[in-house]
Design a protein around this ligand. Structure first.
Ligand code: AMP
Ligand code: MG
Length: 410
């Protein structure tokens, strides 16, 4: 057996970020930038009002009470032709360019409008409520550095420069294959000994959740040739392929051998010291080192293998610097029983922030690598190193699967 850390390391040692290319901005959301973007335009490009109100000369209000003549009105998108003289004001809306001669804006809430004049009973400071050119961004400034994850504000900043594309690592295309003669090919009634394929939809969803494009490569029967063919076909159109089933020690567990053949010297078929998810096969294929992951068939094992080995690799392909999920310490409110077996146990749990400002494990899923239904809604995986059954009050480390659902709902 090898440790989870060692298995993760040989996977990560073999994968590299995909070559960058120009992506449309809407495609680029969630991807990682591979260029430095400098501002070619200052924002704002012109002095404008940050409030609805009146543009004026601050000096006119120096005494603390001023009555100014309204000479024009300017909306966002318009330009006022007025040139403000002393004692004059222009009605102005948020975002409208400051008229010539004005140096400040008094918000509408602070004035009394009387027909063609406006009364201001306070001192307005020069520059008040004015947004100056370059306040947000100045020309030549670095806006995006290579390696930055393109979140919603980053996409907006690029759009703010008139950009429609950005050079970034594209979203990896990740194929998913299930293997097993027992897997029903249709949604019709099950024959005796048949089961439904749950791992393929599970993995397709996990692939999407990790920010990649999922490609359904179907079900392969338990024959060496069919598995080889489907994996080869999948690798021709995908940046990575994940298969489930057939990596254990059963008589028809051919996947590990196929990965061994396709991956050559890069291939590994190992027993990882984790529960669930012990058998795991991996290799990279072809000149651009496309990874194949062979995960075990039991659904909870598949999930765990995806989290530990596949997800960090897919994030690496996508160019992310942060490839792991958030890990937090948590206090156990329940007992997490285990026996000593030299393995790291990974237990799906429900966790929540407590009033004490600490995360608490509130409940635990029924354990079993085949008990898929039991993990529905679990928002974290607790890590139980060998020998440490978790008692109430103990601290454990959690892999957070869904940070939104750590929040208290009450
Ligand atoms: P294997 O890893 O192929 O030995 O499969 C281990 C267990 O997982 C067996 O009980 C299989 O029937 C089950 N299994 C394998 N593939 C799937 C799948 N795609 N969906 C649901 N269960 C599966
Ligand atoms: Mg099988």
């Amino acid at each position: 057996m090898i440790s989870a850390a060692a298995a993760r390391q040989f996977v990560l040692d073999a994968v590299r970020p995909l070559a960058p290319c120009a992506l449309d901005l809407d495609e680029a959301f969630g991807c990682v930038a591979a260029e430095q973007v400098l501002a070619r335009e200052s924002i704002p490009g012109f002095a404008n009002s940050s409030m609805d109100g009146f543009a004026l000369h601050a000096e006119d209000t120096a005494s603390g009470s001023a009555r100014l003549t309204i000479v024009d009105a300017v909306m966002a998108g318009d330009v006022s032709r007025a040139r403000l003289a002393a004692g004059q004001a222009v009605r102005i809306m948020t975002g409208a360019p400051l008229p010539d001669g004005a140096d400040s804006v008094c918000p509408i809430e602070d004035v009394v409008v009387e027909d063609t004049s406006v009364h201001i009973a306070r001192v307005v400071t020069k520059g008040a409520c004015v947004r100056y050119p370059g306040d947000d961004v100045f020309e030549g400034q670095q806006l995006i550095a290579p390696g930055v994850a393109l979140d919603a504000p980053a996409i907006a900043v690029l759009a703010g420069q008139g950009r429609t594309t950005v050079v970034a690592h594209r979203r990896p295309r990740v194929g998913v294959i299930s293997t097993g003669n027992e897997l029903a090919r249709s949604s019709g009634p099950l024959a005796a000994s048949q089961i439904r394929d749950t791992n393929r939809p599970l993995l397709l969803a996990l692939v999407r959740e990790s920010g990649c494009m999922a490609v359904d490569l179907g079900i392969a029967a338990d024959t060496y040739d069919e598995i080889r063919q489907r994996l080869t076909d999948g690798l021709a159109i995908c940046d990575a392929v994940i298969s489930t089933g057939g990596v254990s020690v059963g008589d028809v567990d051919h996947v590990k051998n196929v990965i061994g053949e396709l991956g050559g010297s890069s291939a590994r078929s190992v027993q990882v010291a984790i529960k669930p998810g012990k058998p795991f096969a991996f290799g990279v294929v072809g000149p651009d080192h496309r990874p194949i992951f062979g995960l075990p068939g039991n659904p909870v094992s598949t999930r765990v293998g995806f989290e530990l080995f596949v997800r960090p690799a897919l994030r690496t392909l996508a160019g992310h610097a942060v490839i792991d999920r958030l890990r937090v310490p948590a206090v156990l409110d329940v007992t997490l029983a285990r026996r000593s077996d030299a393995k790291l146990h990974l237990v799906h749990v429900w966790a929540e922030w407590g009033d004490d400002g600490v995360v608490h494990v509130r409940d635990t899923a029924r354990q079993g690598s085949h008990l898929l239904h039991a993990i529905v809604g679990a928002n974290a995986i607790a890590l139980l190193p060998d020998g440490t059954a978790g008692a109430v009050g103990d601290l454990v480390e959690l892999i957070v699967l869904d940070a939104d659902r750590l929040a208290r709902t009450a």
